[in-house]
Design a protein around this ligand. Sequence first.
Ligand SMILES: C[S@@+](CC[C@H](N)C(=O)[O-])C[C@H]1O[C@@H](n2cnc3c(N)ncnc32)[C@H](O)[C@@H]1O
Length: 352
Amino acid sequence: METTQPFSIVAQTALKVSTGVISNQSGEQLGSFAAPKIEILTTPQTLWAQTVDRIEVPFAKEYDQEEYFNNPALTMMGFYELRRIIRSLGVPTPQQEDYYSEPLKGQKCFVVGTGPGREIVWYSIFGASVSGLDATSKYLEIAQRKVTLAQEYLGRQLPVDRLYQCPAESFSWPSKEYDFVSCLFGVLNHVESWEQTLATICNSVKPGGKIFLSMYGQNEALVFELRGQLGYSPSILQRRTEGGILLGESSDILPANFPLPEEVAEVLQAQGFSDIMASGDLALAALFPQITTKKNLELFKSLIAQTEPRLGNRIKAVNDADELLLRTFIYEQKIPRPLQDYAYIRFEGTKV
Ligand SMILES: C[S@@+](CC[C@H](N)C(=O)[O-])C[C@H]1O[C@@H](n2cnc3c(N)ncnc32)[C@H](O)[C@@H]1O
């Protein structure tokens, strides 16, 4: 397991853990650099894709500013997710000095479903040359602005090439082009034809290159099992429902597929990926409360004691919210559970 520094320290790093905002504490402006261009290729066409777009547009700003920060377990996951990817790309201990030494320089990557741009900022800051797409233009505008701010802070042009508005299923995927492709946090769940789309994405990875996926699991996992007993809102934003997910308090169903991990791994294998790793995020940690009052933290500890007595014992005297979450998160990384207990499933593979 990587760092065990307390989460509050992690959250203070200049590169915000999940949204990808990089900030200059002095507020000084270092220069003016060209923003990455947004190219509109295809707007969402099918009823499914148009429904996803309609629900995503008004949600984009909220997602960027609030989702992770109002959901501490998602923030924790977002940070570790990107750190793991950077490590897997050969940077053993990613840190701020790497923003300047650019250890991923020379690598070409593509981000499928940029959302508000955290992956784009992370990869480009470490030196990789990045392009990406999203079906929803609002997200691309947020990502573009974030890259511009990061450039000003760092005082250099970041290697972000094009941002395309295009549903993943309609993109003209090149063949064997990228050193790595990343498609995180449920993007693929929202693609109606996820299997065919994943196959074409896979084909765009060079031999020796890598793919990183993270997807919603089939249900809310342990949260789903224990929902009646929680007594508070858990740190999971997307409630699963028949045919999709419900964002926040909305009752408008955002269409989504929930393939089994075996089905995703099968596509990766068929497309020539080996060393496929599937692992989960947020099982016990998903039970962590969104609002960390003393009462909610006590309820959380009693649920953990019931579900995982060994961890329950270790955290019973801990009262600090960040520390409780960090210990829980690290525990479930060290002692993995069955994949169906996790709310999010990560996949990684290397193209032969
Ligand atoms: C939960 S966000 C994840 C964003 C980002 N990958 C991250 O990890 O922060 C899901 C994103 O998928 C995008 N999306 C949904 N359907 C898509 C499709 N068919 N093609 C491309 N992007 C899509 C949405 O617009 C949204 O930006």
